[in-house]
Design a protein around this ligand. Sequence first.
Ligand code: ATP
Ligand code: MN
Length: 481
Amino acid sequence: MIHTRIKELLNSTDFGKTVIVKGWIKTFRNNQFLAINDGSCLGNIQVVIDYENTDERTLKRLTTGAAVSVEGVLIESLGKGQRVEVKASQISILGDSDPEKFPLQPKKHSLEFLREIAHLRFRTNTFNAVFKVRNALSFAVHRFFNERGFVYIHTPIITGSDAEGAGEMFKVTTLDLDNPPRNDDGSINFKEDFFGKSTNLTVSGQLEGELAALAFGNIYTFGPTFRAENSNTTRHLAEFWMIEPEMAFYELKDNMDLAEELLKHVIRYALDTCSEELEFLKNRLQEEEKSKPQTERSELDLLAKLNFCLDNDFERLTYTEAIDILRRSKPNQKKQFKYLIEEWGADLQSEHERYLVEKHFKKPVILTDYPADIKAFYMRMNEPDEQGRKTVRAMDILFPGIGEIVGGSQREERYDLLVNRMKEMHIPIEDMNWFLDTRQFGSVPHSGFGLGFERLVLFVTGMTNIRDVIPFPRTPNNAEF
Ligand code: ATP
Ligand code: MN
């Protein structure tokens, strides 16, 4: 007889039926009541042991963390706290867990401590909930695009182009680092490397995604990306997952509409399918915020925040309008920003983004038309404004508590303008012929964006550190497990 998952048992009314439960012991009290969890849901099933007829050796081995198989009858529970329980007739221990050594005790552990034992934190309620939500969001992303006829494209993880993010990439090599082959000028001879050239881990699938979009129309990528930036923040990982749709014939507004629709779709899916997990995470956040001063606590609880996000249009404005708001803002006037907004053209820091989203508009914001100087080479150039200022058709989506969650743009489809800009920005044009070909053979207006998946999971779960929403985080000085 196959075992039944606990999620199913907790909802069952088949009283009197013999069932098999397999899982890990959370607690064992009074030599009689086992709480068993199998990961299928947050809830545990209570197993009642007939301790008089269970030998002492077995009882001793029923410790927190041990794996067991229990056969018994499903009954209506007499006790408080659970609706059903299993009256055990047979119990066997599948895997012992030494209580002296097992680090997860039935008490609250700090998230910092759990990060150190990330190989075991899956077994806690918090991480069960977080990774169930992560799973749901991931599925919802694929469903969203699939329903709309987008083609899922797998772009390369090892890339031979270093056009984007120069200096922020991880090198991929099989050369002997102690004794690399060298050119006459002393530089390393990558012709002798595995690929016959220098290669890196990708920072984005966009450029390859564009190639596919100009054949399929609408495509998306969803894969790992790598950035060797030394950003030790609660929002940056060295290895993170990104969703990058790219659409032919889409202009900036279509791009914004799609991004807003995607975000709302996946948040709604999480609310619909993870109510138990989100309820748990809502309470967890409330608990965590109790130790903070009133002014730093969230105004809305997690579920209210998510629903608010669904019920309201994102605020859309240009960079220039945002700069005006920021320049006149209290923290700027009172010199409370670390970086004061003085000139048009300054890059926005996360303190500015968060002021706009959390204090000024109090909802998600889409900023468009940034100064060309602070954005990537492939973004479409606008006509200069009356003052001759150059902007590009960029759009960043800013979320409360997160800052930038999406970065996107309408792409520059005009060959001459693109080449000029690449020259200005010292992009190696010779290596980019494959990319420029799209602008030579049937170029069309097109747009796309990158959604950082972990930042989305952060927002939906209400966790505060990005290291807690990916199973095994990679950050500067940390690549454990
Ligand atoms: P930031 O300014 O926050 O570092 P970015 O401008 O470098 O972000 P993009 O290059 O536009 O970001 O990447 C697209 C999206 O990928 C971002 O909007 C964000 O959601 C996510 N992202 C970027 N860098 C990281 C990172 N190091 N860790 C996790 N997510 C990231
Ligand atoms: Mn960055």
